[in-house]
Design a binder for this molecule. Sequence first.
Ligand code: UDX
Length: 464
Amino acid sequence: GSVGDAVTGGSRRRRVLFFPLPFQGHINPMFQLAGLLHARGFAVTFFHTHFNAPDPSRHPDYDFVPVPGFDNTAEGNSSLDTVVQVTLEHILAMNRACEAPFRERLAALLRRKEEEKEDVACLVADAHLLSLMDVTRGLGVPTLVLRTGSAACFRLFVAFPMLCDKGYQPPQESQLDAPVPELPPYRVRDLISTNAAGHGIIREVISRIMTAAESSSGLIFNTFDALEADELASLRRDLTVPVFAIGPLHKLSPAALSSSLLQQDRGCLAWLDSQPPASVLYVSFGSLASVSASDLVETARGIAGSGRPFLWVLRPGLVNDASYSQQLPEGFDAATRGRGVVVSWAPQEEVLTHPSVGGFWTHCGWNSTMEAVCAGVPMLCRPCFGDQMGNARYVNHVWRIGVELNGQLERSKVQAAIETLMGGAELRQRAKELKSRAAEFVTETGSSSANVDKLVKHIMSLRR
Ligand code: UDX
């Protein structure tokens, strides 16, 4: 297209730099966005930590620059109460550790590109790379922020100081079902929940994300107008920087190269082929969420008791009780023989679009939510932390394509929820309708490519 030609049409080539937060749910959308911009003619460089480093051989067209300093997080089994706190501490540690090495490597890259007469247009950084964005701007390079969560969740960030002032944060146990009239459709339980101990660090990180976003040259969301029109409009009113809705990224990105950190077990796709249409329950809690040993046991019993075919992702480290060896309860195999498959990591996008899959038990990470919305699969929502509760609220209450499952798990409760999910004709119908709205949006004539055009024009207009 003409916008794409503008990228390479001049005498100098344009390069966009990317720096994802090194977690799966953040790496995938960053690679999808890079694929989209690469297809429009931009050269691509990825900065990355040693921790959860991408595999350059899977992306031969891109340059990769390792940034030392942050080699590993103290992987451990965090309890549900502390998983947010521990993750945010890692994120702050990563910002500190990478600051100096990143400055050095970025400066070297800029010198080299100057010699090669190549323009560096900007850095697209994950919203959590707080000090690294300051470093980038300090070296005269504009930043764009990729926020991998929903626009609705970012409204919550904008409102966070107000929510704290009004006493909604940290949430009180007795208030969980109370509505938040200042921020519909949320209830107290849908806000970023934390215990009092974790409140300080959440407040700090959100406030720094807001500063980073407001000092950037633009904010990119993996969402689309047909899904979050009001939320996007509200952000465009409240924020001084341009807001781009570039999604659903996994549908738009032509690269479709896997950025999966774990080996995906593709054998389960052949098993899905052998199952009746819309019969299989797919169960997965993403890359970070953890469950207690007792919840795992009740989940297994509920799945066994449901009588439904299932595909269950039991990721290594999923159970947060260190003494638990992650075995399924005795009798589970016998009770479910021939009816289900357990894998340690699945090719999720392909699983969700497989015609045999009829329901998705999910932790409601934003990528999983978008993938299910686009595949037209209704959800059983059991959010764990961060933005997941808010995502679940939209799934159940706004789009009405899900079932809520809160509190301590118990076999009969699990079984009932699975029944509502798999047997719900209305849920399935609404999920199908939303899927076709998403599909319309993605087609050539839809507004998604116009939105990408706007982003490309914006990047071309940035001046160093
Ligand atoms: C995290 C946060 O939890 C989430 O709330 C935030 O919005 C993004 O970062 P994560 O918990 O890993 O992400 O969940 P999610 O956003 O759903 O991302 C998981 C990704 O891994 C998805 O793209 C999914 O397709 C992929 N996946 C998951 C697999 O490829 N195989 C699996 O078995 C499970």
